[in-house]
Design a protein around this ligand. Structure first.
Ligand code: NDP
Length: 280
């Protein structure tokens, strides 16, 4: 039987099987979804075994999104640009890496009828996921892109990733982050930090004070566990629209599903599998 899987460590709480199995069922695909919990020291051996003809491809998550690059045969442009892989397709034993995180973000906004083009955007955080968000904002022609991060050194490294791209990414310090007039100009505020994540470094706080956010703005939290983070909860309390990270998670999976199966994904079924409808 053909197989698709997820490769990462740890994977205890992964929603990937539920999302993909809903797609296989709807399209009558005889594919088994596997969970491969693999530590870094065993990654190379495991990746070799995934060249087998019954493996159509696999999703890659932490901590292997970067380290897998040297173990596969080819990269598409998005994976090259972000220097990170979250999907691998197996074609006759040749493994090609893709990055669908930025598409997941873009498509989740489209699903809710939201725009990036010409918007004033603030990214909170400068880790791995922030790269995908910044790429989506650049590709979709956001107006100004601002970024704030706790650790300045990591922020400088982050900005250097985008040096070759002709788009100014403006660093925001803590003073400006608390400046009412600046916050009021923003259309899209995206949390890419782990703040608010269950089991993370700061689960009970929001990465930003939401009191001065304009009512026409949209607050987007990449964190999906819990679904209602302190950031989402506080923004809702201030009557600001919100989107949680689960929708992005499903849309990156949908793009990966299409890459590995070659089929058009049943989008609504895959969203419904984790309880997403336009009403929530
Ligand atoms: P990284 O570890 O690469 O980056 C973490 C970021 O969070 C850094 O900017 C770090 O800042 C910041 N941070 C961590 N702790 C604190 C704190 N106490 N206060 C302020 N800033 C802090 O993680 P990822 O980018 O891979 O993931 C971040 C979150 O996004 C996770 O919750 C993850 O689950 C979620 N995610 C969701 C996806 C989706 O599809 N919805 C996809 C990918 C990720 P510093 O540089 O100062 O350390």
């Amino acid at each position: 039987m053909n197989q698709i899987g997820i490769l990462g460590f740890p994977l205890g709480h992964t929603l990937s099987p539920i999302i993909h199995e809903a797609g296989f069922k709807e399209l009558n695909l005889n594919i088994k979804f596997q969970v491969w919990e693999v530590k870094s020291q065993n990654l190379s051996e495991k990746v070799k075994s995934l060249k087998s003809p019954d493996i159509l491809g696999f999703c890659v998550t932490l901590p292997h999104k970067y380290s897998i690059i040297s173990l596969i045969d080819d990269l598409d442009d998005s994976a090259k640009e972000m220097n990170a892989v979250n999907w691998v397709v197996n074609s006759d034993g040749k493994l090609k890496g893709y990055n669908t995180d930025w598409i997941g973000f873009k498509d989740s906004l489209s699903y809710y009828g939201k725009e990036i083009t010409n918007q004033e955007c603030l990214i909170l955080g400068a880790g791995g996921s922030a790269k995908a968000i910044c790429m989506a904002l650049i590709k979709e022609n956001a107006n100004n892109i601002y970024i704030h991060n706790r650790t300045e050194k990591n922020l400088i490294n982050f900005i250097n990733n985008f040096k070759h791209i002709n788009k100014d990414i403006q660093i925001i310090d803590s003073n400006k982050l608390n400046n009412k007039d600046f916050i009021n100009t923003l259309d899209l505020i995206i949390n890419t930090t782990s703040v608010g994540m269950q089991g993370g470094p700061d689960p009970n706080n929001s990465p930003i004070n939401t009191d001065n956010i304009n009512k026409r703005a949209l607050c987007y939290d990449l964190v999906y566990s819990p679904e209602i983070t302190p950031f989402i909860e506080q923004a809702k309390h201030n009557n600001v629209e919100t989107i949680g990270g689960l929708t992005m998670l499903v849309f990156q999976a949908i793009k990966g599903f299409e890459l590995v199966t070659g089929e058009k994904a049943p989008v609504l079924k895959m969203l419904e599998a984790v309880g997403i409808t336009k009403n929530n």
